[in-house]
Design a protein around this ligand. Sequence first.
Ligand SMILES: CC1=C(CCC(=O)O)c2cc3nc(cc4[nH]c(cc5[nH]c(cc1n2)c(C)c5CCC(=O)O)c(CCC(=O)O)c4C)C(CCC(=O)O)=C3C
Ligand SMILES: [Fe+2]
Length: 339
Amino acid sequence: MRPYDAFLLISFGGPEGEDEVIPFLENVTRGRNIPRERLAEVGEHYFLFGGVSPINQQCRDLLAAVTEDFESAGVDLPIYWGNRFWTPLFTDTLEQMKQDGVRRVLAVPTSAYCNWSSRTAYLEDIDRARAALGEDAPEIDLVRPFYDHPGFVEPLAEYTRDALDRLPEDQRRGVRLLFSAHSIPTEMAERSGTPGRTYGPAGAYGDQLQAVARLVVERLDREYPYEVVYQSRSGPPSQPWLEPDVNDRIEELADEGVPAVVVVPHGFVSDHMEVKFDLDVEARETAEKRGLGYQRALSPGTHPAFVSMITDLVREYTGQAEQQRLTTLPSCEMEQCSC
Ligand SMILES: CC1=C(CCC(=O)O)c2cc3nc(cc4[nH]c(cc5[nH]c(cc1n2)c(C)c5CCC(=O)O)c(CCC(=O)O)c4C)C(CCC(=O)O)=C3C
Ligand SMILES: [Fe+2]
């Protein structure tokens, strides 16, 4: 049993006012290969919502729910929160933990899958922040990818059923389910997973996204046709990113006469800006322009099963509960994983 003396939620961060948008985007894109035009475009997405990303409030809501769940489950750990790119920054959180005398931390990221951007990037930032703190910097374990935990899959299935119920019957009959995840460079996708293992063309990330889509469809009232699509591509056009894009696919489905789509944002844990803009504004507009019915399933957010999943993960890492996994996909070997 590994003793922990604190719990840490680590997330992406997002601006909460117009004056925070550009500094936030500068933090996110520092050292990354992102064209200026793309930055200006993404800035507009935030300005459309008054410069406020929903992600920080979603983290606060999740933390409030986790606090209650810890209490009722008898998990006695102080709860901390830190982001990679906006306040509260986890460099500051780490310093606070050090001051509080915290030595060993169990961290849960707001990303369910394996890929550099969702895991290694956090680990690298944690290492940097720990190095800056010097001796007595708290040690941090990041929990495993939880994409196939029932606490992630069941809420997605419930919210997909709800979205299907919102479609008129004639549209529901011919609907196509589009499971949407954040696109990443194909080269990053190919590196996701454990070196030496064989994965599909989009690496462990692609295999995991396919598996979760399958698990959700198995929980619906019948076998709906479905596929995995990608959204929110950002690199230069010359760099290949995972495809097809959700909008391109909606156009093609319109040409084929499909009457409606239900988009399930299974690549995300909450309805943050990538969901609110890229799906609820952009993809919806693409569908409506072509006369397709459109519904978007909610992401897990603060669904009680998702909240309990976090408690379950803590128990798993303190040796008080078995791993819960709905797939037999190889688990990540954390030491060597490039995810
Ligand atoms: C896999 C993945 C997830 C899902 C898993 C996870 O959650 O981790 C995710 C989530 C998020 N991505 C977010 C925002 C952004 N991501 C960007 C850029 C990038 N994302 C990437 C990947 C991912 N991103 C990649 C490979 C890049 C290129 C730069 C690089 O190689 O590192 C940029 C730069 C501008 C742009 O080009 O879009 C922004 C602003 C927000 C916050 C939203 C809010 O504010 O509500 C969230 C939750
Ligand atoms: Fe992103």
